[in-house]
Design a protein around this ligand. Structure first.
Ligand SMILES: *Cc1c(COP(=O)(O)O)cnc(C)c1O
Length: 347
């Protein structure tokens, strides 16, 4: 049986978390003279002089009803990147522990490991871009504290098989992080529903993609209350600012906009795939469950440079193992996709 207590670092267990003014007095009062804030207000039309709710209760309450997850199983961070970093600091002893990542994948798992001086074991995806379940289990040792699975995966675009994910949840001894940044574009369901069965599961989602709020920096983690409590203990006290909390609340009331644009993105994705198939420098288009397409091209680097000259920036992934010769192209508006296709056809 997985118990987070068995893998939490000793210094984190014994950590006495920062106690803010808002932690020490929680009720309503007429006069607040406890946090050295500016009592006169802010030089802005709206007041930002008071520290925000450290645990973002209102945002979590709304998210809870949308996601069907109790608020105490939700962590909010300054982007999912903060959730990733906080997890490292909870369970990975620098210079001793390791994590398993499955390249080609999102770069932050590795950067965060390096910042925290945590060793990385790489178990590449199979040529089909599926998880190498056996390879992962062979690579695991008693210091393997986390396994990162990105589904749909960046930059390949495919979703990982749910049965592979479940096998890993059952057999991996540490935390299994499923990064679902692109889940809203996928045919596959979120693994959030597996939280009731697996105490070692952490699901990451973000406001940066389908919610269209990358600039606000708001990421979500869903996990057991034990894990969430440790994340809250370790995070900076006011990690999500008030403007972000207020704007996220407004956005959560406009889920219709999000759903409409998911549908539109998926439609454009199909159209872009069809158009790319007719471009003669395109060698292969990988199936995608995300808002981007991985495309193998003749002379990918040259094609990238040419597109830059034309004013269109895609992501050059041609030097990435298993993505040799590939560009990663985000789905744009219909107009932007047409521009891209025209530029590729002109060559
Ligand atoms: C874009 C992306 C994120 C989002 O990170 P934020 O810090 O929430 O903006 C997370 N994971 C993956 C795989 C991504 O591609």
């Amino acid at each position: 049986m997985f118990d987070i207590e068995n893998i939490v670092r000793q210094n984190i267990k014994s950590l006495k978390p920062y106690s803010s003014a808002r932690d020490e007095f929680k009720g309503e009062a007429k006069v607040y003279l406890d946090a050295n804030e500016n009592s006169y207000g802010s030089p802005l039309p709206h007041a930002y002089n008071r520290y925000p709710d450290p645990l973002q209760h209102e945002v979590k309450a709304k998210l809870s009803s949308i996601k069907g997850v109790p608020a105490q199983n939700i962590f909010l961070g300054n982007g999912s990147d903060e959730a990733i970093d906080v997890l490292y600091r909870i369970v990975c002893e620098p210079g001793l522990d390791n994590v398993i990542i499955c390249p080609p994948t999102y770069g932050m798992y590795e950067v965060s490991a390096n910042i925290n001086n945590v060793a990385i074991k790489r178990v590449n995806l199979l040529p089909s871009f599926d998880l190498d379940v056996e390879g992962i289990l062979e690579a695991m040792d008693e210091n393997s504290k986390m396994l990162f699975i990105c589904s749909p995966n960046n930059p390949t675009g495919n979703s990982m098989h749910l049965d592979d994910i479940e096998v890993l949840l059952q057999k991996f001894k540490g935390i299994v992080v499923i990064d679902e940044a692109y889940i809203n574009y996928a045919r596959q369901h979120s693994t959030i529903r597996l939280l009731v069965d697996y105490a070692n599961l952490v699901v990451l989602q973000t406001f940066s993609k389908a919610w269209g709020l990358a600039a606000l920096r708001l990421g979500m983690a869903f996990a057991s209350q034990d894990i969430i409590d440790y994340m809250n203990k370790v995070k900076p006290p006011y990690n999500v600012n008030l403007a972000t909390q207020q704007l996220a609340l407004q956005a959560l009331d406009n889920i219709q906009w999000v759903n409409e644009h998911i549908r539109e993105t998926v439609k454009s994705r199909n159209e872009l795939v069809a158009a790319l198939q007719a471009v003669k420098t395109v060698k292969h288009i990988y199936p995608t469950d995300a808002n981007f397409i991985l495309v193998k091209m003749d002379n990918a680097k040259q094609m990238y440079d040419y597109l830059v000259q034309q004013g269109t920036i895609v992501r050059d992934r041609s030097k990435v193992e298993l993505c040799e010769g590939c560009l990663r192209i985000t789905i744009g508006t219909t107009q932007e996709n047409q521009t891209l296709i025209q530029q590729l056809q002109q060559l």
